[in-house]
Design a protein around this ligand. Structure first.
Ligand SMILES: [Fe+2]
Length: 244
């Protein structure tokens, strides 16, 4: 025998799906969908040469990062539709795609801004006086920090990222962490600077010379951005698409 109360609840949950099946297009924006756009690089594709080639930068930004944004948006649209349809299984099936592509979008957005052309004011460590003082306290000097961070980067197995974070929020202790694949920094830790250790970040130029990539990345680290993040003054916001 059908339990009427349960049936009513079931139909109520399915109602949005029925209206979407009536031919009326779903207005995903009204349904709370936020989608994202590829941020422009704050410098030209060749600006980080000779340390990172223009070819790598162009592919990395316009193809790889763009793919994360495109796939994230598609997954978010599907997720909103699955919520509207009350399809929990479909929502669960989308979680990994959202995590991977959302992480890819967040990580690369942070990465572009913590790089700058070599020899500019931004790449001088004295652009990060507060951060460097804390690095000195934590690692006994900038050179020792770079050595420790580089070792962590080279210790990543497969694809991933290395991060300097403030543990648990602004004012927290500095710590070096690595994340796998496109997992972003989570749990309240504040990313100060990140380095992409996927092969697409260096292979076209450095081939299997991962250590040389890591050695050279220090020439293009944007210490000014790192200091702003350390001080809680950065404007790291993901750009949203205004409409579908
Ligand atoms: Fe990447």
């Amino acid at each position: 025998m059908v339990n009427i109360a349960s049936l009513w609840q079931y139909l109520a949950l399915q109602a949005p799906l029925h209206s979407s099946m009536s031919g009326e297009p779903l207005n995903l924006t009204k349904m709370g969908l936020t989608t994202y756009t590829l941020p422009a690089l704050p410098y030209a594709y060749n600006a980080l040469e000779p340390h990172i080639s223009a070819q790598i930068m162009e592919l990395h930004h316009s193809k790889h990062h763009q793919a994360y944004v495109t796939n994230l948006n598609k997954a978010l649209e599907s997720h909103v539709a699955a919520v509207a349809a009350g399809d929990v299984a479909a929502q669960i099936a989308l979680q990994q795609t959202i995590k991977f592509n959302g992480g890819g979008h967040i990580n690369h957005s942070l990465f572009w801004k913590n790089l700058a052309p070599a020899g500019t004011e931004e790449t001088r460590a004295d652009a990060a006086k507060g951060l460097v003082a804390e690095i000195d306290r934590t690692w006994g000097g900038l050179e020792n920090f770079k050595k420790t961070f580089s070792a962590a980067l080279l210790g990543i197995q497969g694809s991933g990222w290395g991060w300097l974070v403030q543990e648990g929020g602004h004012g927290g202790s500095l710590r070096i962490v690595t994340t796998k694949d496109q997992d972003p920094v989570v749990g309240g830790d504040v990313p100060i600077l990140g380095v992409d250790m996927w092969e697409h970040a260096y292979y076209l130029q450095y081939l299997n010379g991962k250590a040389a990539y890591v050695e050279n990345i220090w020439n293009v680290i944007n210490w000014k951005t790192a200091e702003e993040r350390f001080q809680g003054k950065s404007e790291d916001k993901l750009e949203e698409k205004s409409e579908l």
